[in-house]
Design a protein around this ligand. Sequence first.
Ligand SMILES: O=c1ccn([C@@H]2O[C@H](COP(=O)(O)OP(=O)(O)O[C@H]3O[C@H](CO)[C@@H](O)[C@H](O)[C@H]3O)[C@@H](O)[C@H]2O)c(=O)[nH]1
Length: 451
Amino acid sequence: MEEKPTRRRVVLVPVPAQGHITPMMQLAKILHSKGFSITIAQTKFNYFNPSDDFTDFQFVTIPESLPESDFDDLRPILFLLKLNKECQMSFKDCLGHLLVQQGNEISCVIYDEFMYFAGDAAKEFKLPNVIFSTTNATTFVCRSVFEKLYANNVLAPLKDSKGQQDELVPEYHPLRYKDFPVSCWATLESILELYRNTVDERAASAVIINTASCLESSSISWLKQQLEIPVYPIGPLHMVDSTPTSLLEENKSCIEWLNKQKVNSVIYISLGSLALMEVNEVMETASGLDSSNQHFLWVIRPGSIRDSEWIECLPEEFLKMVSRRGYVVKWAPQKEVLAHPAVGGFWSHCGWNSTLESLGEGVPMICRPFSTDQKVNARYLECVWKVGIQVEGELDRGVVERAVKRLMVDEEGEEMRERAFSLKEKLIASVRSGGSSHKSLEEFVHFLRTL
Ligand SMILES: O=c1ccn([C@@H]2O[C@H](COP(=O)(O)OP(=O)(O)O[C@H]3O[C@H](CO)[C@@H](O)[C@H](O)[C@H]3O)[C@@H](O)[C@H]2O)c(=O)[nH]1
């Protein structure tokens, strides 16, 4: 089909959370570099204030009247259900105005899989719409089969507090029931409602996923066969575009601290932008790190310890333990940290961006997932890619110390570092000219130009 002239406009709608905004802005920058004009439509929640890197972009605000506190109070699943209902009408108005303003220049709406109200609005205006998945393909598969498994009572063990949780889900090897992407913050029924809406891909024009076929080829093949629309695995996007997209200020002093440490001697600890810890878990982690005798760089995000602004709720002993071999910051330049030669391991909640950023630098991980896709990622890190150690059950100092030593001191950790290095090479190859993600991205851009 003939390609239309470039500089057509694409409207992108991210979920208002760091882990979703980052890959969406990376995608936007890449599409801009390929000749598209960009409009970003966002709500007031976690508003992305554009730096000079985004001067060519148009930013519009989707009107809604949810209380500011909803984001923290409802937690992700219920918040997203509510946000989608709230924006259903207002985004239609917003898109209608954009169409009048931009004439027929808008070629398509690309929306985060969890902002499905944007897909509905695009359909109403007969605009092509593309789902962007910021999680991995295997989680996408789980969401796609969730309703069927739920209806057939296959997911019943998920309601079980212990019982069959450790058993493998039939046909979803290596996932166990407890690895399925559910959340302790919402009922199975609410999760089902969200997933039903996110995977209504029959009406979408295409799906793009921030993943690479060297990581999960069978899940990608399954999606390509089942969805009956084009599926483009185009990641890891952070290896294609490196424009800063942080909502919080990065404390760069930790790089100077890392500069003074030996190669592969530091474990980096960060739980992303949403996970919460209890005070006792923080104390057990600090104590385990201290007795492991390893150096560590620890991101404690403001508000990430329950009922506390930052670390003021912790006993004095905490500072004593971290001051010996550790360095604590509120927010780090994570990609720079992971690329630093001193960093030999990453203790992570296994958000998909953190997972990709760690694999992209060849850094093996200690996996402590909290919810949804993080559990799938952790399982893959440990059992499929074999570059991670999953820490399960209650967190106590002994468990922390053992996991840190296994990764940072033992031969097992060294072997993981070697495997992680070879995955890094494969990921670099996949985004280079001729690589699978590079080809997928070229195909997707061609697809956009023909719309
Ligand atoms: O000190 C820090 C800590 C984190 N980050 C960045 O913040 C992002 C965090 O993203 P991610 O690791 O994916 O975690 P979450 O913020 O928890 O991301 C949400 O979104 C992801 C993508 O959909 C999902 O995989 C997660 O489960 C979900 O919680 C990454 O790019 C990090 O580089 C920093 O820049 N500095």
